[in-house]
Every structure is written in C-alpha cells, then in structure tokens.
Write a protein that binds this ligand. Sequence first.
Ligand SMILES: Nc1ncnc2c1ncn2[C@@H]1O[C@H](COP(=O)(O)OP(=O)(O)O)[C@@H](O)[C@H]1O
Ligand SMILES: [Mg+2]
Length: 256
Amino acid sequence: MSLQVENLTKKFAGLTAVDQLSFTAEKGKVTALIGPNGAGKTTMLSMASGLLSPTSGSITFGDAVLTGLPGHRIARHGIARTYQNLQMFEEMSVLEVVMTGAHGLGRSGPVAAMLRLPSVRREEKKFEQVAREALDRVNVPSKLLARESASLPYGLQRRVEIARALVAEPRLLLLDEPAAGLNPTETEELSRLISGLRDSGLTVLLVEHDMEMVMSLSDAVVVMNFGKLIAVGTPSQVQSNEQVVEAYLGVEDVGA
Ligand SMILES: Nc1ncnc2c1ncn2[C@@H]1O[C@H](COP(=O)(O)OP(=O)(O)O)[C@@H](O)[C@H]1O
Ligand SMILES: [Mg+2]
C-alpha cells in the first residue's frame, strides 16, 4: 500500500510548517524526504504517525484515511516511526526498549496487567519473542539484549530504535534522520539494513540529511523547502534540479 499525502498543511501559531504538500510514497519503495533544517520534514512525519493533527489536507494509506487519527489508531493501520532524537530510556535493557514498541498491540487491559493474570504473562512472552525477532532482523547481537540500551554505541542504538518500530509489524516505516551521528561505516550498514527491509516488502519514508545515503538508497526523492514541495523525482533528477541546488546552496552539496 502506498502513502498518499494531498494538500497537507500544518500551521503553528503564525508559522506554516507544512504548506499544501502533496506526494506519494510508493509501496515497497524507499522514498526520501529531504530539505534544509526547518523545512517541515519532522512535522510531516508527525502528521503521518498521528503525533500532530493536520490543519488541512489529507493523508491516506491504501484505502484507509489517516488524516487526524490519533497515533494508536494509525499504528493499527501498520505504520511505525522512529524519532530524530534517540528515545533510549535510562536503565532499560535493549530487550525492554524494543518491547515497548509492542505496547498498544496487547489486548490485556491495565487491571489484568496489575493482577499479573496468566493471559498477561502469555502476552508478554509473545512480545518478548517478537522483540527478539525484530532485534535479530536489524542485526543486534543477542549477547547485547540485556545491556542497558543507553550504554550502546550510537549505531547500535539507532538499530534498537528501528527494531522497536518493527515489533509492531508495520507495512510503512517512517524514519527521521536515522543516520544522524553515525560514522561512515555505521551509515553504510544502516543503508544496507533499510534496503533489506524494503526488499522484504516494507514501504519506507526516509527523512535524512546524509545525501550520499539518500541518493544511493532511495527510489524516489521528495524535496521540501519552507514547508512546500520544490521537487520530486529520481535521485538523479532531483540532483540536477536547479531549485534544489539553490535551496541547499551553502548548506550542503546535494551531489556529495
Ligand atoms: N510544535 C511546534 N510548535 C511551533 N513550531 C514548530 C513546532 N514544531 C516545529 N515547528 C516549526 O516548524 C518548522 C518546521 O519544523 P520541522 O518540521 O521540525 O523541520 P525539519 O524537520 O525539516 O527540520 C520550523 O520552523 C519549526 O521551528
Ligand atoms: Mg526534523
């Protein structure tokens, strides 16, 4: 299923962070969403994940209209995200962090959880199994699962974040600057990981500043500036687009 964004707008007080934005992230492809700082990329992802509600416009995923739905309902449509700032919790183990991604999937209520009913324990066992599988999928070695997540090298923390998103078994994965703070080797490994997820059928919407990664990994690139779409196309098409080069001038070499 593809993600379709139409005339999407988000206003904050006096500022239009996303302005009449339209694009499609095709099923089974990696679509990169790029643009200078403040362009509105994170705001866009937050509307797609239900953290923010749009001012106007629409978001659909396949036949499902997502516009304005709260995050837990959007998650049920098979959409998961990672955040620009790592969300590792002090003192939680790697396995526990990833298991938090399964919250909301469970059917046992808070009372059952408090009473530690057998149904809850069974559910937790299942979540643990799913978390282990997700960590295996992103190549986090099993010997690290009991380690405090915040103590891991950055590259591994990013993988743990992706694993947490994967436990919900999404069909659409929204990634917000997953390569931020990674060294070139870690970035390359991350690229391979995302490429593998795409090959397994996941649709990926990737917000990323690392242009080398964007241009080598993406099937399509959507370029924003000041909340507006300024270009869309294949990596080579946007690289040679004058408006794109202008938007990045002095910021970054788009072709780097
Ligand atoms: N919750 C908010 N309240 C007010 N302004 C915001 C909020 N979130 C983002 N903005 C503003 O919206 C614009 C787009 O921000 P953002 O989506 O984070 O951009 P990007 O991720 O492309 O760097 C920026 O000018 C930012 O300051
Ligand atoms: Mg951002």
